[in-house]
Design a protein around this ligand. Structure first.
Ligand code: AMP
Length: 191
């Protein structure tokens, strides 16, 4: 299996690049943000609870997203591999993911990290907010909080995967095609 953690701060272009990876490598895309927004739109209890945290730019509890990942792995047991987008976001989540993959005789192949400057992230997110309708994309102080949460809780994952020689940094500035070209070049060496 080819299992990729697509990594980077909010607004780095993970969702956009995931679309190319689905097409080029035939992987199943799992975005915990999308799964949570789906729960919100269906007004489920976990969705209602998560919305309060998401609107502030805070993380939802590990157990909530870990349960979602478990369900997705079970639902796609015949997959060639997965793209994890927005997950893991904490070291605890990364450890649970390792265990879940071990349970299906698999493992993370690589973390592909999109590297983008903070000023560019804010511009991209505010722009996306005009069409996405996402509350967390529309307010600059919420965006600042999301980036601060990323730096504090998520950025340490770089060391977690680097220690396993699985970290691949990708320059995330330029056109969408330039960036997907860089990701493809990196992944082709791994398959
Ligand atoms: P995203 O669509 O990945 O930007 O995620 C939007 C929001 O969903 C985040 O700001 C968090 O509140 C929540 N979220 C998504 N994925 C996770 C995760 N792996 N752990 C905790 N919270 C998450």
């Amino acid at each position: 299996m080819l299992n990729i953690v697509l990594f980077g701060p909010p607004g780095a272009g993970k969702g956009t690049q995931a679309k190319f990876l689905i097409k080029n490598f035939g992987l199943i895309h799992i975005s915990t943000g999308d799964l949570l927004r789906n729960e919100i739109s269906q007004k489920t209890e976990p969705g209602i609870k998560a919305k309060v945290l998401m609107d502030k730019g805070d993380l939802v509890p590990d157990e909530v997203v870990e349960g979602m990942i478990k369900n997705q792995l079970t639902a796609h047991s015949d997959a060639k591999g997965f793209i994890f987008d927005g997950f893991p976001r904490t070291v605890a989540q990364a450890k649970v993911l390792d265990e879940l993959l071990k349970g299906i005789n698999s493992a993370i192949t690589a973390m592909v990290a999109l590297e983008v400057k903070k000023q560019e992230l804010i511009i991209r997110l505010l722009n996306r907010g005009k069409s996405s309708g996402r509350a967390d994309d529309q307010n600059e102080s919420t965006i600042e909080n999301r980036i601060a949460v990323y730096n504090k809780k998520t950025a340490p994952l770089k060391d977690y995967y680097d220690a396993q020689k699985k970290y691949y940094g990708i320059y995330g500035m330029g056109t969408i095609e330039e960036i997907s070209g860089r990701i493809n070049d990196t992944l082709k060496k791994l398959v």
